[in-house]
Every structure is written in structure tokens, then in C-alpha cells.
Design a protein around this ligand. Structure first.
Ligand code: DIG
Ligand code: MN
Ligand code: MN
Length: 392
């Protein structure tokens, strides 16, 4: 087995909707047959994945009877048992059925908001039954085309009411479950509320049970907003709120492409993996490495498994490159912290009048500092050479 062969220890996971994507797009019909969830589980295990995630209706068709639901869930549990796969995360489809055309939790019609809560409670029950410890909320329809349709402040308030209610539902049932909120700026709506991970981090601070709630940033979504995904993930990690992550690839300025991980902006994928793996010295992300992506529409089923293997393999190759980069003595010298025994004590640990006076009295020759070269060209060139395999 080569060094980049995935193992369950890597905690790679895929949604049923990713490897089960039949290749439909807004301009064309499916190019692949629908694959049964039990086969998806077996094939993912064969590829070396650890976990499989699902929306409620990826497994239990909308409107299925209780008997049908129990039979389907029973078969799925058996497939999990046979394959050794786990279900780390579950979520609710609040975007496919036409009833959600004006949103779910933020819809103007209380009947829609009530139905969305009921559907989510059922999906939470299903996720817990399958062993999920994380529940993702992606508000794909929580947005507008005709912006005058509601006061955007009421949308935020309705979202807060829904998440507060569902946190209490989890507590009332004694479930070991946390929530991860996933942002996206647009598509399928012209504008989606709570558009970026930054918006979500503030929103979480306004919740009654904020300790239960974190974020699930997605590469493609922050990139669609023109933002640095790595910086958004870093802020979430620094706040202790990176509860889950959706890995894929995206070309800037395009619709949500959900491409194979690392297949577009390799430099940013490298910097992201370096951050998550902590090879640069910071804390390591310990949650699932979830690929919310799907194969090109051109692919047959074999191509889907090539896609899945490619996501995991690229992640492991980048992790190895990041470890080599941060072990490189020239890199360590270039990014070593600059120490100043006089100024360092003044810069952390809060304010005091003494510190203010000392800052005013400090001898800082800003012209000398301004002339100092930082060596970042050399640093970035070394990184590129590690990435391109010209330096190890
Ligand atoms: C889209 O990026 C969303 C849905 O696929 C799902 O609800 C969520 C979970 O990763 N991501
Ligand atoms: Mn996406
Ligand atoms: Mn996603």
C-alpha cells in the first residue's frame, strides 16, 4: 500500500449525495444510473473512506411511510455494519421540495417554517439513530430574488428562532449532537442570508445555546464570495468553532462547482491542508475530512470512484508536502517569530497605564524597520518548489 492510500484513520467522509450524484445539471438530464445507498457505502469503504453522510431524503424518499422508512434504514444499517463505515454527520434537505421555494426557516408562510422544523426534527432523529454526532444546516433556499419580500432582519430572527428551538429539541431528547452551520453567498437563490462563514460566526454568538453550534465552511462557497477560504477556516479554528468542513475545489467567479478536492487552486488547497494538519505548529483539526463534491458529468460509475479516490489521495499528498515544507530548515528560519524582550510583554495580556507609557517611551526606529526585507519571495518560491516536487 503506498503512502497516499486512504485509511479510516484519515477520517475521510463523503455524502450519499456526492458519490450518488447522477450527473444532472441545470442544462441536462442525468448521465449516470442512480446507485443504491447500500452499494455507495460498500464502494466508499472499498476506496478507503471512513464515513458516509446524508440528507434525510438521500436515504428515505420524501413522503415514505414509517414502515418504508424503517425498512430502508434497517438495510442501510446492515450495509454500515458490513462495511465498517460510520455516519459522522447528517442533515436535512430543505431545498428540493417546491414547498421550500421561498425558503424553509425564513419563509414568509408560517406553515412552511413549521413544516421545516418538523422535517428537521425527524432528520435529527434519523441522524442520531445512525450514530451521527454532527448535524449540518445549509440554508440553500434561505434567501431572496425579490428582496422586498421580507425585512432581512426578520430572516435572521426567524433563523435564530429555528436554531434555538432545534438546539432545545436536541437537549430535550438527550442527544449527543452538535450543529454546524454552512454558509453560501448565492445559488440557488439570488442571495442567500448569512452568506459567509464570518456572518455565521457572528450569528452563532447571538444564539441561546451557542456552545452547541459551530460552522461547516465549504471551499467552493467562500471562494464564490471571493474570500480566502484558509483565512475563514483559521478564524473558525481560532474561535473553537470549526465543527465540520466541506472540502472541494472551485474556480473563482463561477457557479458552485463542487469539484474534486485540490483539482483547481492547488496552492490554496496546500495552505488549507497545512492549516488543518497543523504542520506549521498550530493546533490540528481533529474532525472529519468531508468531501462535499461530485464527479464530472462526463463520468460513468467507475469515474465516480476515480473522483472519490482522487479527493482523498490529493489530500494525503498535500499533507505530506506540507509536512516537508514545515520541516525545511530554510522555511523555519524565514517564518521564525521575531522576538523583542522589551516590546513583547507590552503587546499581549491586556492594557495598563504603565504599558501605554512604555509604548510611548519605546525606542523604535521605524526607518530601519521599514527598510528590512522580509524574504517572502524566497519563502513562497520554496513553497512552490515543495508543491511542484522540485524540493523535498
Ligand atoms: C451544499 O454545499 C450543502 C449540501 O450538500 C449539504 O446540505 C451540506 C452538507 O455538507 N452542503
Ligand atoms: Mn457547494
Ligand atoms: Mn457543502
Amino acid at each position: 500500500m503506498d503512502a497516499f492510500e486512504p485509511t479510516p484513520r484519515d477520517q475521510f467522509s463523503f455524502g450519499l449525495w456526492t458519490v450518488g450524484n447522477p450527473g444532472r445539471d441545470p442544462f441536462g438530464e442525468p448521465t449516470r444510473a442512480v446507485v443504491n445507498p447500500t452499494r455507495l457505502v460498500a464502494k466508499l469503504a472499498e476506496c478507503g473512506a471512513w464515513g458516509v453522510n446524508l440528507h434525510d431524503n438521500d436515504l428515505v424518499p420524501f413522503g415514505a411511510s414509517a414502515t418504508e422508512r424503517d425498512q430502508i434504514v434497517g438495510e442501510f444499517k446492515a450495509a454500515l455494519e458490513d462495511s465498517g463505515m460510520v455516519v459522522p454527520m447528517a442533515t436535512t434537505n430543505l431545498f428540493s421540495h417546491p414547498v421550500f421555494k421561498d425558503g424553509a426557516y425564513t419563509a414568509n408562510d408560517p406553515k412552511v417554517r413549521a413544516f421545516a422544523l418538523r422535517k428537521t426534527m425527524d432528520a435529527i432523529d434519523l441522524g442520531v439513530e445512525l450514530g451521527a454526532k454532527m448535524f449540518v444546516f445549509w440554508g440553500g433556499r434561505e434567501g431572496t430574488e425579490a428582496d422586498a419580500c421580507r425585512d432581512p432582519r426578520s430572516a435572521v430572527a426567524r433563523m435564530r428562532d429555528a436554531i434555538d428551538f432545534l438546539c432545545e429539541y436536541v437537549k430535550d431528547n438527550g442527544y449527543d449532537l452538535r450543529f454546524a452551520l454552512e454558509a453560501k453567498p448565492n445559488e440557488p437563490r439570488c442571495d442567500i442570508y448569512l452568506a459567509t462563514t464570518g456572518h455565521m460566526l457572528h450569528f452563532i454568538s447571538t444564539l441561546k445555546n451557542e456552545e452547541m453550534v459551530g460552522v461547516n465552511p465549504e471551499v467552493a462557497h467562500e471562494s464564490m464570495a471571493g474570500l480566502s477560504f484558509t483565512h475563514g477556516v483559521a478564524q473558525a479554528m481560532e474561535a473553537g468553532k470549526l465543527f465540520h468542513i466541506d472540502l472541494n475545489a472551485q474556480r473563482i467567479g463561477r457557479y458552485d462547482q463542487d469539484l474534486r478536492f485540490g483539482s483547481e487552486d492547488t496552492k490554496q488547497a496546500f495552505l488549507l491542508v497545512r492549516l488543518l494538519e497543523g504542520t506549521g505548529g498550530g493546533g490540528r483539526y481533529t474532525g472529519p475530512r468531508h468531501f462535499d463534491a461530485h464527479a464530472y458529468r462526463t463520468e460513468d460509475e467507475q469515474g465516480v470512484w476515480d473522483f472519490a479516490r482522487g479527493c482523498m489521495r490529493t489530500y494525503k499528498i498535500l499533507a505530506a508536502r506540507a509536512a516537508a515544507f514545515d520541516a525545511d530548515s530554510e522555511v523555519r528560519a524565514l517564518i521564525a517569530d521575531i522576538r523583542d524582550e522589551t516590546l513583547d510583554p507590552l503587546l499581549g495580556g491586556g492594557y495598563s497605564a504603565e504599558k501605554a507609557a512604555a509604548l510611548r517611551a519605546a525606542d523604535i526606529d521605524i526607518d530601519v524597520v521599514a527598510r528590512r526585507g522580509l524574504g517572502y519571495e524566497r519563502l513562497d518560491q520554496i513553497m512552490m518548489e515543495h508543491l511542484l516536487g522540485a524540493r523535498s
